[in-house]
Design a protein around this ligand. Structure first.
Ligand code: GRF
Length: 191
């Protein structure tokens, strides 16, 4: 995670209820001193930081991150606001789910909300998808639409998207953890 951690906070809150059927085994970040790590610590969840700059290459960072994550033996890795591209060595080992603040395949990349606003779409939203080697190109698991309102700026629109996104992420991750999933020809079936 790299950001303010509200998606993580929603997952931690859901996982605190045994009926959710999934737990957060650890929270990792690529930098120190961020809200998400504090939220995890408050919830009593182990945390770790693996920084790109501490490794000679991106590939070495990726392998190191995979080792640390593997030690926690997750069923699923959730990239909730994690803004670094994960490499092949990581993705080969774990099914990783990302949440993206647009309706993929529209508006990939780090400025999806701004790009959607500038394009002038009337409807945008959020997508939960499986991470593959591309940028926001993996199989779609779930999507939710959010209308663009007159007078929206990037912040107001992103805030409404994030509200919808959090609910969808919590529901989707819970279903995957409880029921399992299969991916065939880009179609993700839960259960
Ligand atoms: C989310 O909209 C996510 O899709 C995007 O950045 C935002 C992260 O929010 N990549 P938070 O850190 O979970 O609050």
């Amino acid at each position: 995670m790299s950001g303010s951690g509200t998606n993580l906070a929603a997952l931690l809150e859901a996982a605190a209820d045994p009926s959710y059927g999934a737990t957060v085994v650890a929270v990792g970040a690529d930098r120190d001193d961020i809200e998400g790590l504090r939220r995890a610590e408050q919830a009593g969840v182990p945390t770790f930081v693996v920084k790109v700059g501490d490794y000679p290459s991106r590939d070495d960072w990726d392998a190191a991150l995979a080792e640390v994550v593997a030690a926690h033996d997750p069923t699923l890795v959730v990239s909730a606001g994690f803004m670094k591209i994960l490499g092949k060595r990581f993705l080969e080992r774990f099914t990783t789910v990302n949440t993206h603040p647009a309706l993929l395949p529209s508006f990939v990349g780090a400025h999806a909300v701004r790009d959607a606003l500038e394009y002038g779409v009337k409807l945008t939203g959020a997508t939960v998808h499986i991470v593959d080697a591309g940028v926001d190109t993996g199989p779609v698991i779930a999507q939710i639409a959010v209308p663009v309102e007159a007078g929206d700026d990037e912040d107001t629109l992103h805030e409404r998207i994030k509200n919808a996104e959090r609910t969808m992420l919590v529901e989707t991750v819970g279903r995957m953890a409880r029921d399992g999933w299969q991916v065939t020809d880009r179609k993700v079936i839960i259960g």
